[in-house]
Write a protein that binds this ligand. Structure first.
Ligand code: CP3
Length: 338
C-alpha cells in the first residue's frame, strides 16, 4: 500500500542499500513555507487545533526534500493541556501553564482520561495520512510521562527543571501518581493515533537525560516500558531519551523497535551494544547544518561510515532542526545520504 516503506523496513532491521531519512522537527520555522502558513494563526495551540493546517505543514518537508517518513504536526504539550493544565505558547517565551501541578490537590483536579478531548490531533493524523496518499509512512508521537511531568510541575520550560527534580526527593509518591496518570493517557493517545493512521510511533523523552541511572529507571524508563507493553506489537516504536547514551542496553530491553540517539552518543559504539536488538536512529549534530555545504557533506559521511553495511539504521539529526538553519543545507544533507 505504501509507495516507499524503507523507513518501516529499517525499523524491522531489514538490509537496505541506503538508509531512509527524516528530520526531527522537519516541519518548522526554518522553512519559509511553514512560516507563511503559521502566520495565519495567532497562537501555536490554536494552530495545533487546526487539522487542515497541520496536514498542510506536515507535507511541506516531504514535498521539498522527498524524505522517507512524515511526522504528524502537533506538540507533546497537547496532553497536559487536555488534562487541565491549560498550555499557552507566548511569542519568544515558550510554553506557559495556567495550572501547574505542585501538590495533591492540583493532581486531583486533572482529567483521568483526557484523550477524547484530543480528537483534533486524531483528525490531524487522519488528514495527514490521506494527504500523503501512501507516499511515505506517517509517524505518530507523544512525550514521555517524565518529560510531560517536567513541564506540568515546572509550569514552563527550563534549563534545569528544579521543581520536578525537587519533587522526586520531597514527594516521590505524588510524582509517581502523576506519572501513572500520564502513562494511561499516553497509551490512549498513541492508540488513538495508530487507529487514525499512524504507521509507527515515537516517544520523546527530552528530559530523561538529566536523571541519575537509578532515577531514570524508576521515573522515566519504567513508564515508557509500560506504554510499549500496551501498544500493538506490529506497530514499530521508537524511544528517544536525549542524553540517554549511557543507558542504551536498558532502553533496548523495553521491547521498543528502535532507539533515537542524540549526537553525543557514538553510533558505532551504540551499534556494538544494542544493534542486534533494535534499530538505531540519528544522530547528526543539528549545529552541523550551520556549516558550509562541504562541511555538511563531510559530517554526514562520518555518520554514514559508522553504520556502513549494518542493517537497521535511520538517518536523522540528534535533536530537532533549529529555526536559523538554511533549508538549502537540509537539501545538501538529504542528497549526501542518498
Ligand atoms: O517534528 C515535527 O515536525 C512535528 C512537530 C513537533 C513539534 N513539537 C512542533 C513545534 C514535535 C514532534 C514536537 C515535540 C516537542 N514539543 C518536544 C519533544 C522533542 C524535542 O524537541 O525535544 C518538546 C520538548 C516540545 C515542547 C515545545 N514545543 C516547546 C518547549 C516549544 C517552544 C520552543 C520553540 O521551539 O518555540 C514548542 C513549540 C513548537 N512545537 C514549535 C513547533 C514547530 C514552534 C512554535 C511555532 O511555530 O510558533
Amino acid at each position: 500500500m505504501l509507495q516507499n516503506d524503507r523507513f518501516l523496513k529499517a525499523l524491522r532491521r531489514e538490509p537496505l542499500e541506503t538508509p531512509p531519512l527524516w528530520i526531527m522537527r522537519q516541519a518548522g520555522r526554518y522553512l519559509p513555507e511553514y512560516r507563511a502558513v503559521r502566520g495565519k494563526v495567532k497562537n501555536f495551540m490554536e494552530f495545533c487545533r487546526s487539522p487542515e493546517l497541520c496536514a498542510e505543514v506536515a507535507l511541506q518537508p516531504i514535498d521539498r526534500f522527498g524524505l522517507d517518513a512524515s511526522i504528524v504536526f502537533s506538540d507533546i504539550l497537547t496532553v497536559p493541556d487536555a488534562m487541565g493544565c491549560r498550555v499557552e505558547f507566548l511569542e519568544g517565551e515558550g510554553p506557559k501553564f495556567k495550572h501547574p501541578i505542585r501538590d495533591a490537590h492540583d493532581l486531583s483536579m486533572l482529567k483521568k482520561n483526557a484523550i477524547p478531548d484530543l480528537s483534533y490531533v486524531m483528525q490531524a493524523v487522519s488528514q495527514t495520512k490521506a494527504a500523503l496518499k501512501g507516499r511515505v509512512p506517517l509517524i505518530g508521537f507523544s512525550g514521555s510521562p517524565w518529560t510531560l511531568a517536567c513541564y506540568m510541575i515546572e509550569g514552563e520550560t527550563s534549563k534545569t527543571f528544579e521543581k520536578p527534580r525537587a519533587m522526586m526527593y520531597q514527594n516521590p509518591a505524588l510524582l509517581h501518581s502523576l506519572l501513572d496518570l500520564l502513562t494511561g493517557n499516553v497509551v490512549e493517545y498513541l492508540l488513538g493515533q495508530i487507529s487514525a493512521g499512524a504507521d509507527a510511533v515515537m516517544i520523546f523523552d527530552t528530559w530523561g537525560g538529566m536523571l541519575s541511572r537509578e532515577k531514570y529507571q524508576a521515573f522515566s524508563l519504567h513508564y515508557m516500558q509500560k506504554i510499549i507493553e500496551k501498544l500493538p506489537r506490529e506497530v514499530p516504536t521508537i524511544l528517544f531519551t536525549k542524553g540517554g547514551g549511557a543507558w542504551l542496553e536498558l532502553m533496548a530491553e523495553t521491547g521498543c523497535s528502535a532507539l533515537g540517539l542524540d549526537w553525543q552518543t557514538d553510533l558505532s559504539d551504540a551499534y556494538r551494544r544494542v544493534g542486534s536488538k533494535v534499530a538505531l536512529q540519528g544522530n547528526l549534530d543539528p549545529a552541523v547544518l550551520y556549516g558550509s555545504p562541504e562541511v555538511v557533506r563531510q559530517e554526514v559521511r562520518q555518520v554514514l561510515l559508522a553504520m556502513k553495511g549494518k542493517p537497521g539504521f535511520i538517518f536523522n539529526l540528534g535533536h530537532g532542526v533549529t529555526p536559523g538553519v538554511n533549508p538549502e543545507n537540509v537539501a545538501v544533507m538529504r542528497t549526501e545520504v542518498r
